[in-house]
Design a protein around this ligand. Sequence first.
Ligand code: ATP
Ligand code: MG
Length: 367
Amino acid sequence: MKLEHLTLHNYRNYADVDTDFSPQINVLIGENAQGKTNLLEAVYVLALARSHRTNNDRELIRFGEDFARVNGRIGRSSGPMQLELVISTQGKRARVNQIEQPKLSQYLGRFNVVLFAPEDLAIVKGSPANRRRFINMEFGQMSPKYLYNLTQYRTMLKQRNAYLKQLKYHQAKDLVYLSVLSDQLAAYGAEIVSARETLLHQMAGFAAVIHSGITKGQEKLTFEYRTQVPSSARGDVKTAYKALQDLYSEHQSREIDQGTSLVGAHRDDVAFIVNGKDVANFGSQGQQRTTALAVKLAEIDLMKAQTGEYPVLLLDDVLSELDDTRQTHLLKAIQNKVQTFLTTTSLDGIAQEIIETPAVYHVQNGV
Ligand code: ATP
Ligand code: MG
């Protein structure tokens, strides 16, 4: 997939942008606070209909204006596609080839991007919540079914937690109703757990190869999916469902005591293991960075495997932080097949191959 053409109107500090891009590497160069990240963010928003930096869509609208528009022509093997997103104070409207999409879920998943920013180190070093968010964003992008189950799961979880609170404070006492809620939560949870099991396994395979390349075969990266569902029950939705039902019965009184759901997919985590040790706790800074890079690059392969198309890669301020070996591996991973946008304040420390080939865009004060 390639972003061939982009137009922006009143997006962050851009009044109007109308530009073509190279199908290979695009370098956005400029001083601080000029709009480099804003442009990458616009591409991300075009794909996911939400920002990676904020949950408040209004921040995306240029100061003093009442709507922002992002429009892109996407080149795919099946032909071009026009995507448009209008963000106003009233909400979002999405169009595909000029046709309004009544539901955002019909818009999502058509254009895939992988973003890598310095904050992504949190995937390795941060809390389980960071990793769950990462997993959900990525798997949701490649699978509409995953996204659907996740949305339903969250709704059920809220309902169940509210009911557990009522039980805790003796405002309710119907345990049959609780078990109905538990079954529904287990049903969506089982779909999520088995999808995570499959996709994490596939992603781990890609990540291990990339990681071994970067570390010249010195280190071995594996993933460990941490979920309360026992490993023997994860691979299949039916067995995962049964396991979750059992867990809910087993933990019922504790859950009522605490007034919240203690079991389920919302407690999952994944550990990245390097040479047998959890890199979050025992890895050096460099090992953590290498792991984050390998995991991110593995996403590219996973998306290709799942959707048949390579995603577009967005690199915000990460290149100059990587040493030559890691830059070379990055280049190898993208080589002519993955359209890449990268931001930087200077070309110092950037591999010669990147400087030589690309289209260079100078970004200054929203122009
Ligand atoms: P750095 O190199 O420091 O990362 P950058 O070029 O990536 O800089 P951006 O984050 O893209 O910078 O842009 C920041 C600028 O955009 C700031 O000056 C900020 O005030 C401006 N900005 C952010 N949101 C809006 C908005 N809604 N309307 C107008 N300007 C905005
Ligand atoms: Mg920036």
